[in-house]
Design a protein around this ligand. Structure first.
Ligand code: SAM
Length: 212
C-alpha cells in the first residue's frame, strides 16, 4: 500500500468537520466508524485490522487539545511529541499554540490522516510511524498522550517508558481501564462522543500530569 493510496482511502471515507470540544479545529472524520472499519478490512484484505482510530477524535484527544489551546504557555516554544497521534488533533492544537510538534503513530493510516489534517488547518508537523516506545527522546521537552490507555500490554509498556523519560508527560483519559493511577489532574472536561463507539453521548475526560 502506498501513501497515495492511503490518502485516497482517507479522503473517500471521511469528511472535514469541526471537533465537538475543539470547534476551532476541523479534522477528517467518519460519520460512522464501523462501515469504514469494514471497508478498511476489505481493502487491506485483513480480517483482524485494528479499529480505524485515525477517523475519530477520541475523548482523551479532544480534552487534551482543548487544554493545550486554553493553556498555550504549557507548550509554546517547546518541541512537543504527540504520542499515538491518531488523526493528529492534539498535534495540531499544540502547533496552533506555538509548539514545534512531532506527531508519532505506528499506524501509517494515522500518519497520512495527520498530515492531511495538518495541511487543512494550516500547520506544519513532523510525522513519523516509527515505534518510539523505549527511546530516550533527549530533544523532546514535553510529551502529550491522548487516549492511549485502552489495552493492557501496551498501557503497561507506555507507563514503564513514561517513567524513564526526562520530559514531563501530560496525558488525557476518559476512564479507560488501564489508565495510570499516579497522576495529578490538571483539568476535566465533558466531551461529546459518538454513541456508536462509547455507548453514550458524552464522557468525562481528565487531563493529567503523569507522575513517576
Ligand atoms: C484511541 S487512539 C488515540 C488517538 C489520538 N491520540 C486521540 O486521542 O484522538 C490510540 C492510537 O494509539 C496508536 N498507537 C498504539 N500503539 C502505539 C505505539 N506503540 N506508538 C505510537 N502509537 C501507537 C494507535 O495506532 C492509535 O492511533
Amino acid at each position: 500500500m502506498t501513501n497515495d493510496e492511503r490518502r485516497a482511502f482517507v479522503l473517500e471515507h471521511t469528511r472535514l468537520s469541526p471537533v465537538p470540544l475543539v470547534p476551532e479545529i476541523a479534522i477528517r472524520r467518519a460519520d460512522a466508524v464501523t462501515p469504514v472499519w469494514f471497508e478498511l478490512a476489505r481493502w487491506l484484505d485483513d480480517d483482524v485490522v485494528d479499529v480505524p482510530f485515525w477517523c475519530v477524535p477520541w475523548a482523551g484527544g479532544q480534552a487534551l487539545a482543548r487544554y493545550v489551546l486554553d493553556h498555550p504557555d504549557v507548550v509554546r516554544g517547546k518541541r512537543v511529541l504527540d504520542f499515538a497521534c491518531g488523526g493528529g488533533l492534539v498535534a495540531i492544537a499544540a502547533a496552533r499554540a506555538g509548539a514545534t510538534v512531532w506527531a508519532v503513530d505506528i499506524d501509517p493510516m494515522a500518519a497520512v490522516t495527520t498530515s492531511l489534517n495538518a495541511a487543512a488547518n494550516g500547520v506544519e508537523l513532523e510525522v513519523t510511524t516509527r515505534n518510539v516506545v523505549g527511546e530516550s527522546l533527549p530533544d523532546v521537552a514535553l510529551v502529550l498522550a491522548g487516549d492511549v490507555w485502552y489495552e493492557p500490554a501496551p498501557s503497561a509498556a507506555f507507563r514503564r517508558w513514561f517513567r524513564r523519560l526526562a520530559a514531563p508527560v501530560i496525558t488525557a483519559d476518559s476512564g479507560r481501564p488501564y489508565a495510570p493511577r499516579r497522576i495529578r489532574e490538571l483539568a476535566r472536561y465533558e466531551v461529546p462522543t459518538p454513541f456508536e463507539l462509547e455507548a453514550r453521548t458524552t464522557r468525562t475526560a481528565r487531563v493529567s500530569m503523569f507522575e513517576r
